[in-house]
Every structure is written in C-alpha cells, then in structure tokens.
Ligand binder design. Structure first.
Ligand code: 5AD
Ligand code: SF4
Length: 456
C-alpha cells in the first residue's frame, strides 16, 4: 500500500515539475513515506531523518516531506523532534501535497496536514510520471479498515473503510495497462467487505470487470480477511482466467484463545474449513499467510497450535512478525506480555517450519512446465547453474513463485520480452526461487482455461 501511495505521490509531484532521482543528495525534495505497523518500522523513520538532517546542513535549499502512517500519528511532533522536516502530510493528505510543496518552496514551514481526504476518487496520476514500477502495478480499491484487530494501528492511521467505485478502479487499471502494466494487484485491508457500505458491487464482481480489461495478463489481490471470505470470491478463482492461483489469507494465530483476544472474528476451525473449500474449488492454489508470534498472553500451548496449523495447511509462503505494542491499539494495555527472547525463539521456529515446507513444495515443481510472466532480465546474470555466462530472465508463476530462467540452447524463437507469458521447464528448486529453461515462447495470451481452477 505504501509503494502504491509512493507512486501516487511521484505522479502528483510530476505536475509540479519534479522528477524521480534515486540519490537523496541530488534531490530538491525528499519525500519519506512511512509505515507504523510495527515499532521497528517507526524507529527506522527517525534514523533516516537523522541522516537527511546531515545532508540538509550541506544543502539548505533541500525540502524534506514526511508522509504516511507515522506522519498521520505524530503530526507536528515530527518537526519538533527533527527540525530538518519542512512538511508533514498524513495518509489522507496526499492529494494536497503539491499545494504544501508550493508553500514550502515559498519559504513557509514547517507545515503539517493530517486532515481527512476530500473524497476517495481525488487521488489520480499513478500512471503519469510516477515511479518506474515495471509491468506489475498496484491499484487501491479501498482504504482504511473497520476491523479493529486489537494489535493493529491501521484503523487509527488510515481511518474508516471507504471503497472506490468499480468505474474508477477499472479506469485506473486501463490507464496502467496503457502505460505498460501487464499485472495488477488490487489492494485493500479487507477486500471481502469491498463496496458493502457504499452499496457497490461485490469484490468478485469487481474482479470480473477488471478481468475484462484488454491487454492485462494477470490479476492479484490482497488482503482477504478469513472471517468473511465469500463463496462467491472462492468461485472467482474458477471462472476468471486472469486471476492468479494464489490467495493471501492471514491467520495470525492457530489458537482460538489468542484469535479471540486479537478480535479476529473467526476460529481455527472456521479458518481450516475455508482453506478446505478453496482447495476443493482450486486444487494446487498457493496459499500464504501472516503470523504474529508472542501476542500478549500467548502460551507455549497456544504457540504449538500455531506451528501445528502451519504444518496442517502447508502454506506456500508466510510472513511472520514478533508482536509489537502500538500506540492506540488496545493490546498495548493487555497483560502477560511475552519476553523479547521468547518472541525471537518463536519467530525462528515459525520461519524454520515454513522453510522446510517451502523447500519441499518448490522441489515438487521440478520437471513441470510453468507459465511465467517475464518481469525482466535477472539480477544474477552471471549464470549460477547455467554454465556459461548467458542471459537470464526473471518472472513469477501464477502461484507467485519466483522463476529465474535461461533460453533453451539454439532456440529458434526470439528472446523473451518483459511482459510476455513464457512456458518454462523447471529444472532446479531453491529455498526462495525456481530455476528453469524456456523451451517455447508462446504468443501473449491469457492463461488457457485448462490451466485454471474449477468452481466449487
Ligand atoms: N505487531 C506485530 N505484527 C503486526 N501486524 C500488524 N500489527 C502488528 C503488531 N502490532 C502484522 C499482521 C498483519 C501484517 C500486515 O502485520 O500480521 O497481517
Ligand atoms: Fe489491521 Fe485487522 Fe484491519 Fe488487517 S483487518 S488492517 S490486521 S485491523
């Protein structure tokens, strides 16, 4: 979501004549887009601002703007703590950033705007002059969250849930495709409640409308909340040819007692039943999740249930985090906090358990032909495993596995192009990627029906 916001910011500032530079020392304006989801992310903001302050001593005319969730949360406490900051703009003030920059250029400051948005449709311009995000882009379908999980800061910094109209979403997808995008990831904190408040269409219907956009090859989305993952959405995996065979379904914990105190609104059994249903509808679909270890009061037995759930579901990948107290989030006041050392141990146990599963699943891909959307030339072009120093490309399967590949020896077809769908024969599996050869480059076309899931 922050990457998406950064694209918007870059697009909006292009209208004031700003262009991206990767080096802060060259910049007339440095925009720091911040995350407050965990304490560590927040700490990084201030250490980075410290470095910028050093730079600004040599470049007095440089402007520094801080946006995102830490900006929303701390407002004018940021320039009070770090005087190099000229502008603080909250999560709903992105559309007003060009005006803030104009005033700062005129010498006013420090300026703070943590006010509400003037409407969800107002922010446009991702395609024009934004970051060079390649063939895979993000599109926000809703912002904010009404779920109030007790550990989470999002409802407090991103506000109440609001959905964009399907017309606006489809128009943005078209704009991105015209700008070279081949894959879009639709973003929302809980896509299952898309449009509910506003009486718009369901998320599954929105997916169908995006699926109809010409030139688009793949659709992904995140995040789906397990408490209300609908049968209609599960069926979409069967009927929509561009929808990737991957579902991110954050479970957070495998213990009912912990889930209850997290206010997640589902039980372990409900979650496992949803997983069973999605697998019945779409065999082989990749599942990923988020896990929090060391939530206040999490016992050894609660944690054991989380490990057991990970083994039972056999995720394709997961993100795991040590619980971190957040201002405003109610769990901050919960008793029985878990010691840091214990959180570390549990985090390692989760990651080790998953790595074992991921390696096994990756090994199962060897010998298969996978359809890969080419993202570009691989960074590891010095051909580890390929023998001679030959070109390597990189991309992802529909299941979101990273594939690095080279061309079949003496192939008669043209080299793969970024944005093309290519059939790759998988020859090797690693911990976090696959390696293969492209035996055939087929014309750009959507995934054939035979490759798709069937509806429940
Ligand atoms: N501490 C640790 N992890 C958190 N997450 C959200 N809030 C916290 C917190 N306070 C994790 C959840 C969520 C992911 C985006 O970040 O797992 O799904
Ligand atoms: Fe945070 Fe829960 Fe909303 Fe996700 S669903 S953003 S974890 S409050």
């Amino acid at each position: 979501m922050n990457v998406y916001d950064s694209e918007k910011i870059a697009g909006l500032l292009a209208s004031r004549g700003y262009r991206i530079t990767r080096r802060p020392s060259e910049a007339d304006l440095v925009v720091v887009n911040t995350c407050a989801i965990r304490e560590k992310a927040e700490q990084k903001v201030f250490s980075y601002l410290g470095r910028l302050a050093g730079l600004k001593r040599r470049r007095a005319d440089m402007l520094v703007a801080v946006g995102g969730c830490v900006a929303q949360q701390q407002g004018d406490r940021i320039p009070a703590r770090q005087p190099c900051v000229d502008i603080v703009f909250g999560t709903q003030a992105i559309g007003r950033l060009p005006a803030l920059v104009e005033r700062a250029e005129a010498g006013f400051g420090p300026l703070t705007d943590t006010g509400p948005a003037e409407g969800i449709e107002m922010i446009t311009g991702a395609a024009a002059g934004g970051l060079d995000a390649g063939i895979s882009r993000f599109v926000t379908v809703m912002r904010g969250c009404d779920n109030y999980c007790t550990y989470c800061v999002v409802p407090f910094v991103r506000g109440r849930e609001v959905s964009r109209s399907p017309e606006a979403v489809v128009a943005e997808v078209r704009e991105l495709v015209a700008d070279g995008a081949r894959e879009v990831t639709l973003l929302g904190q809980n896509v299952n409640s898309y449009g509910r408040k506003e009486g718009l269409c369901s998320f599954a219907r929105l997916l169908a409308r995006v699926n109809a956009v010409d030139g688009l090859a793949r659709i992904r989305f995140t995040t789906s909340h397990p408490k209300d993952l609908s049968d209609e959405l599960i069926a979409a995996f069967g009927s929509l040819d561009k929808l990737c065979r991957h579902l991110h379904l954050p479970v957070q914990s495998g213990s009912d007692a912990v889930l209850k105190r997290m206010n997640r609104g589902y039980t372990r059994q409900h979650y496992l039943a949803r997983v069973e249903r999605i697998r019945a509808a779409c065999p082989g679909i990749a599942l990923s999740t988020d896990i929090i270890v060391g939530f206040p009061g999490e016992t050894e037995e609660d944690f054991r249930q989380t490990l057991e759930l990970i083994r039972e579901v056999e995720y394709d990948s997961l993100f795991a985090f040590k619980y971190s107290d957040r201002p405003d989030a109610p769990a901050r006041r919960f008793s029985r906090k878990v010691a840091e050392e214990e959180k570390k141990r549990r985090l390692k146990a989760v990651l080790d358990t998953q790595e074992h599963i991921t390696r096994r699943k990756n090994r199962q891909c060897v010998g298969r032909i996978e359809t890969v959307l080419v993202e570009g030339v691989s960074r590891r072009n010095a051909a580890a495993g390929a023998g001679a120093a030959r070109m390597q490309w990189t991309g992802r399967t529909s299941e979101n596995r990273i594939v690095n590949f080279s061309r079949e020896e003496g192939a008669a077809v043209a080299p793969p192009q970024t944005g093309q769908l290519v059939d790759v024969l998988i020859e090797k599996a690693f911990a976090h990627s696959l390696w293969g050869r492209a035996p055939a480059v087929r014309p750009v076309k959507p995934r054939p029906k035979g490759d798709a899931c069937y509806a429940a």
